[in-house]
Design a protein around this ligand. Structure first.
Ligand SMILES: Nc1nc2c(c(=O)[nH]1)N[C@H]1C(S)=C(S)[C@@H](COP(=O)(O)O)O[C@H]1N2
Ligand SMILES: [Mo]
Length: 258
């Protein structure tokens, strides 16, 4: 089983990769006798890329109880329409399992109790929707890195895909099903959690019961609700529109940083 990388380890190796890429670019330029100007511009790009990666490792702002929004809108699906979801909801999600599969050493099927028995993280953060509203709430859940560490990544693993229970757009081929994806850097970010509680209560149905993603450095549409399955993949070009998410397939940016 692969060792769980620490956040530093992860960013470190990503940066090392960038360094190597920059170096080989440098060699090539030197060999072909380039001007200083080109060399400087690649140095500049590398520095920008490094800054961007380092910035992604820094935490999102956390707030205090007194900042909690009195009202937190629900957006997109408020109740998945499938019979399966209705059945799971009727049973208070006792029969729900989070499947973890794809490029993992050990596929998992985790119940809500399994997740709640693991150490949890609680964070008060601000959710920003592209539609122009924000709200602050308290989220409690399991760090995604812990789950991936238990499953163990297989070679080629690069992204985590979040498959949801709802179809936001009704379609014959299922292409209206909500899904999202993040890379491993965000997956191991300490504030990236699978949340089962909101404001000290079980996650309400309209906010994604029984489990949703919180990936706090990104916009609202990345915060996938109604999680059913996590799939570790090397690329998402075979998934639906190939852009890594429901809204991405409809033109939104894949990396929705804030
Ligand atoms: N499964 C699923 N996840 C989703 C959505 C959705 O429609 N379905 N909407 C997204 C959008 S655009 C936003 S702003 C947030 C809204 O979360 P909320 O309903 O808890 O406010 O969920 C995101 N995650
Ligand atoms: Mo949103």
């Amino acid at each position: 089983m692969m060792k769980t990388p620490s956040r530093r380890g992860f960013i470190g190796s990503a940066l090392a990769g960038l360094g190597a890429a920059a170096l080989s670019g440098c060699d090539r330029l030197v060999q072909s006798g380039p001007t200083d100007r080109i060399l400087r511009s690649t140095e500049h790009l590398t520095m920008k890329a490094q800054r961007a990666l380092q910035a992604r490792g820094t935490p999102a702002a956390e707030f205090s109880e007194s900042d909690l929004s009195p009202v937190f809108r629900a957006n997109g699906t408020r109740l998945p329409a499938s019979d399966e979801y209705a059945r799971l909801m009727d049973g208070k999600f006792a029969d729900w399992r989070l499947r973890v599969d794809g490029l993992v050493q050990k596929p998992l099927g985790l119940s809500l109790d399994d997740l709640m028995r693991l150490p949890s993280r609680t964070q008060i953060t601000r959710h920003d929707c592209v539609e122009g509203w924000s709200a602050i709430a308290k989220w409690q859940g399991v760090q995604l890195g812990r789950i991936l560490g238990t499953a163990g990544l297989s070679p080629g693993a690069r992204y985590v895909v979040f498959h949801c229970a709802d179809e936001l757009e009704q379609s014959l081929d299922g292409s209206g099903r909500y899904y999202e994806s993040i890379d491993l850097l965000d997956a191991w970010h300490p504030q990236t959690i699978l949340a089962y509680a909101m404001n000290d209560r079980p996650l309400p149905v309209e906010h994604g019961a029984p489990l949703r993603l919180r990936v706090e450095r990104q916009l609202g549409y990345k915060q996938a609700k109604y999680l059913m399955r996590l799939e570790v993949v090397s690329s998402f070009d075979r998934l639906w529109g190939g852009n890594g998410g429901y809204w991405e397939d409809r033109g939104y940016e894949w990396y929705a940083g804030i």
